[in-house]
Design a protein around this ligand. Structure first.
Ligand code: GLC
Length: 653
């Protein structure tokens, strides 16, 4: 008989049980002051339940290290210490969320995202604007990175110098500590980034590395000469080729090449080193303890590197996340993960799992909504979603039409080819369309990271500017204005109702336009800043005035938010994409708790019809109500949809 393989499931299970029983007495003696309490019992129960998953993941990553058990014990210590530091409030929330693991699937979930400085100046300003968020029904707030980062260029805060200190321009840790319980009182779950692929080169670890400390140099990926960087660069791509071609930066002081995927001041962490995992676990649980309920895992695709590969989406990247997830489920189960994988749809979906990321951005839906708006043809959207929208139970999409980053055309070439669409040509068309190089385009966007050799680029722009509002206002064209507003509402209508958490970029609710100001030298060369303007509170004052675009967009969005909140069909994610028989009309059924609705979205500026036969085929009988317009519809007759109409038919099927 052959010896059992040291990684077989049975071996791992046995070993994990044995290890826990070996480690427990030591853990108990170190934390003896709390081990008699009921909350310790709850913690212990979670540890028992999840340790196997944690062990398996860590064993896969670090099992071959001679001091694996030492690292394992250190990680358990970090986790226990951080759990002990957790406030009673948050421990209570842990219990609530454990009894309702689907909490983020509620139809009350409605997210907003923005920068603290651009939205309200600072953290104390933000506290005064919580009523504004409440007015819209926001229940989830993603704040862009608000921790200390280098002065000047810092990638919008994505170069973090300390995960435990608030950027002094935004306020203090004390102010931040006041904000989070207040958000909870407003029923708003806080989402923050875990920028865990890299730190800034001013982080203490990087400073120590620069001072020559080998332990901290091992926190990063550093090479004495170009041999390894050259070898890696043969198979990896540049993320920001304009500002930072290649992926390595030479630091004279230490005479080493440092791995810098994004910018030269963002140093990639080395997760092959278990000390890095442990240190980052501490930072992550610190974020959980300040009250983060949704942790946005930034740049997940890049965290593991292996020679000869493109160093994106490697299996170990998933394992690292699974290990972090297990830690959280033991020490801070109120928090869930959201993956930021803006990559091929086949790879996006691999991060979505209750044991990995419960939530994920849906970049394909985002890209295809814009694609459909440009082509007026829903076939690619329908086909791709039919194949790819369904997710495992207990997970959900975060649906958005734009964020703080650029828009990239992340759909699958194969999906396009199955419909006879040449993906390359279609992307070129979309780039031309959204940067107004295409003659009849309504959109005003700007190229981002344009590669003149290949013609590749991504697109920057606010929702309103890309939907035609900027052009309509510049030309004073009332009809175009109406169409632009309808486009904005159409796209938001889809993300509000298709299943998952809708996420609004703050400012889009009042039709914020692109800001072309280039007076800040740090922003030149990064067109993403055109769609990150300072929030215009004066314009927001007009939100109740139906004579203004702000008022019309705001009211339209509120209506959509109400439709979502008030109808059982919008709980959870079961969505059936349907063929409406009209290639300009996108449609899907949502059914939940006995309620069934058919959502229809006309993606063209022309009136469109659906035949009575098709309505019957879709099971609609007699009369139905469009709860978006209040109109009664007779299903035995042809249905006509106005330009860009978004309809929600409440149906008995
Ligand atoms: C993510 C962020 C982006 C940032 C990058 C590096 O993609 O969304 O803004 O530049 O990570 O941290």
């Amino acid at each position: 008989m052959s010896r059992p393989e040291r990684t077989s499931a049975a071996w791992l299970q046995r070993e994990s049980k044995l290890t826990l029983s070996r480690l427990m007495p030591r853990l108990k003696s170190r934390f003896s002051s709390v081990t008699g309490t009921p909350e310790w019992a709850a913690f212990n129960e979670r540890l028992d339940r999840r340790f196997g998953v944690l062990f398996e993941a860590l064993h896969e990553l670090y099992g071959s290290h001679y001091d694996f058990f030492y690292h394992l014990e250190t990680i358990l210590d970090t986790m226990t210490e951080m759990w002990l530091e957790r406030s009673d409030d948050l421990k209570a929330l842990d219990a609530t969320r454990e009894s309702d693991p689907q909490w983020f699937q509620s139809r009350r979930m409605f997210g907003a995202t923005g920068y603290v400085d651009l939205f309200t100046g600072d953290l104390s300003g933000l506290r005064t604007k919580l009523p504004y968020l409440s007015e819209m029904g926001i229940t989830y707030l993603h704040l862009m990175p608000l921790f200390r980062s280098p002065d000047g260029d810092n990638d919008g805060g994505y170069a973090i110098s300390s995960y435990r200190e608030v950027d002094p321009e935004l306020g203090t840790m004390e102010e931040f500590a006041k904000l989070t319980p207040e958000l909870r009182r407003y029923g708003i779950s806080l989402c923050l980034d875990f920028v865990f692929n890299h730190t800034s080169d001013e982080h203490e670890w990087a400073r120590n590395a620069l001072a020559g400390d080998p332990d901290y140099q091992a926190y990063y990926r550093m090479y004495p000469n170009r041999t390894m960087p050259d070898s890696f660069e043969r198979t990896i791509r540049s993320v920001f080729p304009d500002e930072h071609p290649g992926c390595f930066t030479y630091r004279n002081r230490i005479r080493k090449w440092v791995w810098t995927t994004f910018h030269n001041y963002q140093w990639d962490l080395n997760y092959e080193n278990p000390a890095v995992f442990n240190a980052m676990a501490g930072e992550m649980l610190f974020l959980a303890n300040v009250g983060v309920e949704v942790l946005r895992l930034d740049a997940v695709a890049f965290i593991w590197k292996r020679q000869g590969t493109n160093c994106e989406n490697l299996p170990e990247a998933h394992t690292v996340i699974r290990a972090f997830n297990a830690l959280v489920q033991i020490a801070a189960p109120a928090m869930v993960f959201k993956s930021e994988a803006i990559v091929h749809p086949d790879d996006v979906v691999k991060y979505i799992d209750p044991d990995e990321c419960q939530l994920s951005y849906n970049p394909m839906l985002m890209a295809l909504l814009w694609s459909t708006l440009a082509s007026r043809d829903v076939r690619l959207l329908r086909h791709a979603l039919e194949k790819r929208f369904a997710l495992p139970a207990d997970t959900a999409w975060v649906n958005y039409i734009r964020g703080h980053d650029d828009i990239g055309w992340v759909f699958s070439d194969d999906d396009a080819a199955e419909l006879g669409i040449d993906a390359h040509g279609h992307r070129r068309f979309l780039n031309d369309f959204y940067t107004a190089r295409f003659k009849d385009s309504f959109a005003h966007g700007r190229p981002f990271q344009e590669n003149p050799e290949t013609g590749d680029m991504r697109v920057s722009g606010t929702a309103a500017s890309l939907c035609g509002l900027e052009k309509a206002l510049a030309e004073g064209d009332e009809d175009e204005l109406e169409l632009a507003i309808r486009r904005i509402l159409l796209l938001h209508g889809v993300i509000m109702t298709i299943g998952g958490v809708p996420l609004l970029y703050l400012g889009d609710e009042i039709g914020t336009l692109n800001d072309y100001d280039e007076s800040d030298p740090e922003r030149i060369g990064d067109s993403r800043w055109i769609h990150r303007p300072v929030f215009d509170w004066e314009a927001a004052e007009k939100r109740h005035d139906q004579e203004t675009p702000q008022g019309r967009i705001f009211a339209g969005l509120l209506r959509l938010a109400q439709i979502r909140q008030q109808n059982l069909a919008f709980t959870r994610a079961d969505t059936e994409i349907v063929d409406t028989g009209n290639n300009a009309v996108f449609g899907y059924f949502r059914q939940q708790e006995g309620q069934s609705v058919l959502v229809l979205a006309n993606f063209s500026e022309r009136e469109q019809t659906m035949s009575a036969r098709r309505l019957r085929l879709l099971g609609l009988r007699k009369t139905v109500t469009d709860i978006a317009s209040g109109r009664i519809i007779i299903a035995q007759q042809e249905l006509s949809l106005e330009p860009y109409q978004f309809a929600v038919l409440l149906a008995g099927r």
